[in-house]
Design a protein around this ligand. Structure first.
Ligand code: ZN
Length: 454
């Protein structure tokens, strides 16, 4: 009896091995060759001309000026364009869009009126719009309903649909209340704080909340440092950093007071979100410690902001740049209104177009194009802690890249009009037009077992 079971198992194993071997043999890996007129390296701020990039499957295989084109390869001629790595929004919110109507811009109401599944679908649409504007990587840091951010990450990783690589945080972890000031009824009887925030006051609760987020797919941990007067102490933040590191996650702190900023800096946090409360002295310390700033530098447009607020934002960004803080390009985008239209055509602006419009603030702060480019690429990959896997155009890394007309090193505005987008070796946009059909499948093409992977 035992022998018969063992023999049966052995036969099954052999059969499986043959099936796998056959599958490996028959799998044809697509080879794409890109002819780049100019290839820009934002790390060094230099460009080389007439480069050939060979992409095999999802990754970059070889780059050079004298490579021969492998037989059967698809050749993409970008000889009139500048090829560069994909862009990064280091602080955004994909699964929340609060509006003037009906919620009067109160996101409490969005949370009550829009379901998690609806918000997840909005997130999928936002991802496609961002990829169309050249954003191949985003950090998606909270207020995303019931883990719609980690679901988006998983869906894109599995190959269900196109989108940027998502670094999700799951719900924001904070001391009682998060950023909300609920009524007793909503707090006690309806647990209104979760899932927008996880209440975690004691060390045990903090550890538990971090483990829950990592269990459910978070790749970064986002905390409210000082959303409440009873915010986190230096020791609390150190505990967060230590626990998050066990799951390979870096920590971002939402900061809105000078005291909170100082506590976050003293604890050695990885990223500080929102530049408004930061003083020149904070900037000096952040530069010294290498703490990333996701300033969320909102421009003054007809659909958002005020002249006075913009002036403050520009001044703070300028000071942070002068003090050499590691800057990231970040938006905090999570809103919509009916003034979001193109002046000339009257057409709706896409989420991607409004995201890249944050360049207005960087230009107003007189930051050189080369440094803006470094912030929107290299520092973005570093802040996302992914630079060893994807971002730079180098052999062995995932093939994520974009192309534009003109030279972003001298005119940063050319980033507003991305002509070509490749993500994971697949062409998403060509000649200025989205061609995403290859991204759609009737099922997952990667990690089909559904497990969270790192
Ligand atoms: Zn935010």
């Amino acid at each position: 009896m035992h022998i018969r079971i063992a023999t049966g198992l052995l036969a099954l194993m052999v059969a499986l091995m043959f099936t796998e071997a056959a599958a490996a043999q028959s799998a044809v890996v697509a080879v794409t060759v890109i002819k780049a007129g100019r290839l820009l390296d934002p790390e060094t701020g230099t460009a080389t001309t007439n480069q050939i990039i060979i992409v095999e499957g999802e990754k970059i295989k070889e780059i050079g000026s004298n490579l021969s084109i492998p037989p059967g390869a698809t050749v993409i001629d970008l000889s009139k364009l500048t090829v560069l790595p994909g862009l990064v929004d280091a602080h955004t919110h994909m699964a929340i869009t609060y509006k003037e109507q009906p919620e009067n811009n109160y996101y409490y109401l969005t949370y009550v009126m829009e379901s998690s599944p609806l918000r997840a679908i909005q997130a999928a649409s936002n991802g496609i719009q961002l990829l169309n504007s050249g954003f191949t990587l985003i950090r998606d840091v909270g207020n995303n309903a019931m883990y719609a951010d980690t679901a988006l990450r998983q869906a894109i990783e599995q190959g269900w649909l196109p989108g940027p690589t998502v670094i999700p945080s799951g719900p924001i972890i904070g001391s009682t209340g998060g950023q909300l000031w609920p009524t007793p009824e909503m707090y006690k009887q309806h647990n209104i704080v979760f899932p927008e925030y996880i209440d975690a006051d004691t060390p045990d609760e903090i550890v538990k909340a971090i483990r829950q987020n990592m269990l459910l797919g978070a790749r970064t941990i986002k905390i409210c440092v000082d959303c409440k007067p009873w915010g986190y102490s230096v020791d609390d933040i150190k505990l967060v950093i230590k626990e998050a590191a066990k799951g390979g996650c870096k920590v971002e702190g939402h900061v809105q007071t000078p005291d909170g900023a100082q506590r976050a800096i003293d604890a050695g946090i990885y990223i500080i979100a929102h530049g408004n409360a930061l003083t020149p002295e904070h900037h000096r310390q952040m530069a010294e410690k290498g703490i990333f700033l996701a300033g969320t530098d909102t421009p003054f447009t007809k659909y958002r902001g005020s002249e006075a607020a913009f002036k403050v934002t520009v001044g703070k960004l300028r000071d942070a740049w002068e003090k050499k803080v590691p800057l990231t390009f970040s938006t905090d985008f999570d809103y919509w209104n009916d003034r979001m239209k193109n002046d000339q055509t009257g057409e709706w602006l896409s989420r991607g177009e409004m995201t890249i419009a944050f360049l207005d603030t960087w230009k107003a702060a007189n930051i050189p194009a080369r440094d803006i480019l470094y912030a929107i690429t290299i520092n973005g990959y570093k802040a996302a802690d992914i630079i060893k896997e994807r971002g730079p155009i180098k052999p062995g890394l995932f093939a994520d890249m974009i192309a534009v007309s003109g030279d972003p090193l001298t005119n940063i505005d050319v980033l507003r009009n991305v002509q070509f987008v490749m993500k994971n070796g697949m062409v998403f946009k060509k000649d200025g037009v989205m061609t995403p059909e290859k991204f759609f499948h009737p099922g997952p093409v990667r990690t089909p077992n559904g497990r969270w992977t790192r």
